[in-house]
Design a protein around this ligand. Structure first.
Ligand code: TMP
Length: 393
């Protein structure tokens, strides 16, 4: 049975940055979150149609971050050195940040957002601008054979029908092939109070426990789990066919134990989390109102999709946060979904008039702190709500 534990109010499409003439037609949905006490999966109660989120105007551009470029290069090298895959498939290849490290003659990309599919096509990779389904996996099998590596980053948690997605993987995996995917970790979200991992695209936030239950149904088994720092704490899950001889490593049981000890298998833990989220909202609003009364100029740094959840849930608009700076060209000049706070380039907006910046891209905190030494040394401050609402410099 699915039980609701969190209500984050009316929310827009988190990555649909708007021009002024689009404000009136904006789509909103009720962002509620449920826990399935049978599979232990945490999901959104109401899914948004995939075509509304993942299309030719999708804004998330993975290569915008140096941290992520290094992250994917390291992973590609490690996988090549350990598993020697020949046929490679990436589901959700975005701008090619990972697949670019593999041979175009033996690699295939799947990317439903046409703006990004075109980039990968231009890099000479065979690219299917389609959603990942059993039907597509059969077509790819026919045209390219089975795959030794199927990889997906921040994509499987977007897929609403996980049974179909895992069936599609099983169908296409070679005998000793591996399926590696990484997505935000439910445990880290719960520990850090980072409720902003919840937005339209994240149909599910995975625990290792829930994934193990779901994969098992399709003859798939987790053999390794890496805990990663990216995206506010993610898990990289290594999966094999149940019949493959690849040994199951200790990291799997260790993660299952850690999740159980934290309480991820009990509904009560989610109710406690919900209370923490409400407290976080009250504290953030109170801090921003005080800064306003003191006459401080407050902006936000990084128009991440996560900020859409926070600002819409808390009711923060341009009376509290003047604008948001972001380096992504397709976001600059537009407005944040829901709140309609303007997005500007850091070159124009991150200047000496800024007193305080809400760190929207808190998952890139180290990269940003290293970059913004001038701001910090002149007394500029940052605000975050993770793990609790605080100001720091
Ligand atoms: P993400 O957390 O969904 O990856 O989004 C992070 C956003 O923050 C993305 O739009 C790029 C932006 N950003 C900056 O504007 N400046 C930076 O230094 C970094 C690291 C990210």
């Amino acid at each position: 049975m699915k039980k609701e534990f969190l209500d984050l109010g009316r929310q827009p499409i988190a990555n649909k940055f708007l021009n002024k003439n689009e404000f009136n037609d904006e789509f909103f949905f009720d962002l509620k979150v449920v826990f399935d006490d049978k599979t232990k999966l945490v999901s959104l109660k109401n899914f948004v149609k995939p075509e509304m989120m993942f299309n030719e105007s999708y804004a998330y551009h993975a290569s915008m971050s140096e941290t992520m470029k290094i992250h994917f290069q390291d992973l590609a090298e490690n996988i090549q050195n350990e598993f020697f895959p020949t046929n490679v498939l990436e589901i959700g290849s975005n701008d090619g940040i990972f697949i670019r490290h593999f041979n175009p003659d033996t690699s295939v990309a799947v990317e439903p957002c046409e703006n990004f599919a075109d980039i990968v096509k231009d890099m000479e990779y065979k690219t299917y601008a389609k959603f990942w389904t059993k039907e597509l996996s059969s077509l790819i099998k026919q045209e390219h054979g089975t795959m030794d590596l199927i990889y997906a980053a921040n994509c499987i948690c977007h897929i609403q029908d996980l049974d179909d997605a895992f069936l599609a993987v099983k169908n296409l995996l070679s005998e000793d092939g591996i399926f590696v995917f990484e997505d935000p970790s439910l445990l880290r979200m719960m520990e850090r109070g980072s409720y902003d991992q919840l937005y339209d695209e994240h149909a599910h936030i995975f625990s290792v426990t829930a994934l193990s239950n779901l994969l098992d149904k399709h003859g798939l088994e987790i053999f390794r789990v890496d805990n990663l720092n990216v995206h506010g704490g993610s898990n990289r899950i290594y999966v094999k066919s149940i019949d493959s001889d690849i040994p199951v490593e200790m990291s799997v049981q260790m993660n299952l134990n850690e999740e159980k000890n934290f309480g991820l298998t009990r509904f009560k833990t989610y109710e406690i989390f919900s209370n923490r989220v409400q407290k976080s909202r009250d504290e953030l609003l109170s801090m921003l109102r005080t800064l306003k009364e003191e006459g401080k100029k407050v902006i936000a740094y990084g128009a991440a999709s996560k900020v859409t959840t926070v600002f819409n849930y808390c009711g923060i608009d341009d009376s509290l946060v003047e604008y948001i700076t972001d380096t992504t060209p397709s976001k600059i000049g537009k407005c944040q979904p829901g709140t309609h706070i303007p997005i500007v380039s850091p070159d124009d907006g991150f200047d000496e008039t800024v007193d305080v910046a809400y760190l929207g891209a808190w998952n890139f905190r180290t990269e940003i702190m290293n970059k913004e030494t001038d701001y910090l040394s002149r007394g500029g401050k940052f605000i975050t709500h993770v793990p609790q609402v605080m100001m720091f410099s």
